[in-house]
Design a protein. Structure first.
Length: 255
């Protein structure tokens, strides 16, 4: 059976590609390599320059053209008719919830009728955090996305895209399931993880990522550290450099 596996994460793509190489699963895998919990959704390839701003401010290398090409390749794979079924991989996080709705939107609006399945990886913050041997077993638990459900999820994506929020969070047991917090949602945690002595920005960001119930983009968190420094709530050494060269302290720090 020819199958196309799609995932939002390049880390998950690498694991699925390995499973395909080892013949534990079959087919091909594609990803846009994007964090869909952040940023506009109304122009998918256009998200590349949106992220370029964060990477440029973080002093990290970034190629807008490469990121744009990644989105284009993903959309081309999604719209091709070379697979007998399409499997969307997702874990317990906002990005994967949006990703499923994005895939449904693309298929529904293009009138594609390829059999669609969702593979849920419960109990994990990300697909890539699940051991590969366990991932292969989830194939047998793939749930069918009916045409009616696909269209409903596609409509949800339209509403998410129209909202034009910077951030979104998926709360499956709440109504509505998506909420749109302000960019300062992580500021209290960033302040709490800072100290009077100088600490590497990467360490603070890692602590916040570990404390948050789902993955959080490091470049976005670094942008919040920069904002807190600009507001005088934190001090920064090398704040205009790459985050790995930056140190953060509470205002009481000296030297």
């Amino acid at each position: 059976m020819s199958e196309l596996h799609v995932t939002a994460s390049v880390s998950a793509e690498a694991i699925l590609a390995l499973l395909i190489q080892q013949r534990q699963i079959s087919g091909q895998v594609a990803t846009p390599d994007d964090d869909l919990s952040i940023g506009p959704l109304d122009d998918l390839p256009g998200r590349a320059p949106f992220w370029a701003g964060y990477y440029d401010r973080a002093g990290e290398p970034w190629s807008v053209s490469a990121a744009h090409a990644c989105w284009q390749r993903f959309l081309q794979s999604l719209h091709a008719h070379h697979s007998s079924r399409l499997l969307v991989w997702g874990a317990d996080n906002t990005c994967d919830a949006v990703f499923l709705r994005l895939v449904c939107h693309q298929l529904s609006r293009a009138g594609h009728d390829i059999p669609l399945f969702a593979i849920d990886v419960p109990g994990h913050r990300a697909v890539a955090s699940c051991p590969p041997a366990q991932l292969a077993a989830y194939i047998d638990e793939a749930r069918t996305i009916s045409a009616e459900m696909r269209d409903s999820l596609a409509d949800e994506f339209d509403r998410l895209a129209a909202h034009r929020a910077l951030l979104r969070r998926y709360r499956p047991r709440c109504q509505p399931a998506f909420e749109f917090p302000g960019p300062d949602i992580f500021d209290a945690l960033l302040l709490k993880r800072s100290a009077p002595e100088w600490r590497p920005a990467l360490r603070i960001i890692g602590d916040v990522q570990g404390a948050w119930p789902e993955p959080v983009n490091s470049e976005f968190l670094y942008s919040r550290l920069r904002w807190l420094v600009a507001q005088g709530q934190l001090q920064g050494r090398g704040i205009d450099n790459a985050m790995r060269a930056c140190y953060i302290a509470l205002p009481a720090a000296s030297g």
